[in-house]
Design a protein around this ligand. Sequence first.
Ligand SMILES: NC(=O)c1ccc[n+]([C@@H]2O[C@H](COP(=O)([O-])OP(=O)(O)OC[C@H]3O[C@@H](n4cnc5c(N)ncnc54)[C@H](OP(=O)(O)O)[C@@H]3O)[C@@H](O)[C@H]2O)c1
Length: 243
Amino acid sequence: MNPLIDNFSDQYQLTDKVCVVTGGGKGLGKTITRYLLEQGMKVAICSRNEETISKTVDEYKQTFEDNIIGMACDVSNSEQVSRFKQFVFEKFGDIHVVINNSGFGKDTLVWQTEEADWDDVMDTNVKGAYLMSKAFLPRMIENEEGFVLNIASQAALNGYANAGVYCASKFALVGLGKALQEEVREHNIHVHSLNPALIQSQKTSDETVDNGLIQNEDIGRMVVYLLSQPRRLKIDNIGFWGF
Ligand SMILES: NC(=O)c1ccc[n+]([C@@H]2O[C@H](COP(=O)([O-])OP(=O)(O)OC[C@H]3O[C@@H](n4cnc5c(N)ncnc54)[C@H](OP(=O)(O)O)[C@@H]3O)[C@@H](O)[C@H]2O)c1
């Protein structure tokens, strides 16, 4: 028997660790944020809509007090990302985990996709993850510790009609993550992509759970699992489907 493995004593401790969740004001990002706060993490959320962010910060403050902060930030805008980084360092003083969750698609055929829509999707889903990683990695490298978690999709592994730009962006996000992993491995930094299929997100409170669809909570649990694994372990390509 190996006590290190058998009593889970080598699990990574999340309490008081600092995490950024992009798109943390609603949907999946909001749920992931709650799961991390419940672990005792300090979480900074951002997205473009200031009202959404303030509302979620106010809601979570009631239980988690000063462990939740947030500000408006368009992840595709380097100046805003830089301001967000400063805000996180001023308030929490460090960074351990970046979760690139902000993202969306356009339900259009490739040849009917507007150029501006192509740019918007790619800018948020891919450039946003690049800018966030670029902003926070230097401190992680200094710390010789960190975790970048990219919320990709099954659209990062499969092609779907009416989702050309979304698939292109999620394939690119996974590619970015795989390249980055090779660059930062020597600094004890993990880079991981999660690939969920369709989620029943943005549910109203009276809406029933569709058992055939993934719930935000399923992913919240998986994020906590992944982040708390011993850093000697590399887990890759986790997919999720409704059953
Ligand atoms: N729902 C699904 O079935 C599903 C399946 C697989 C993967 N995913 C992925 O999961 C992630 C979350 O999706 P969701 O279902 O929770 O969708 P959602 O509720 O629409 O959330 C998307 C989030 O991204 C933020 N966002 C969009 N553009 C942004 C930008 N330029 N800068 C900063 N934040 C931005 C939005 O906030 P603002 O509008 O305030 O900016 C929002 O908080 C996405 O990456 C999505 O691709 C979703």
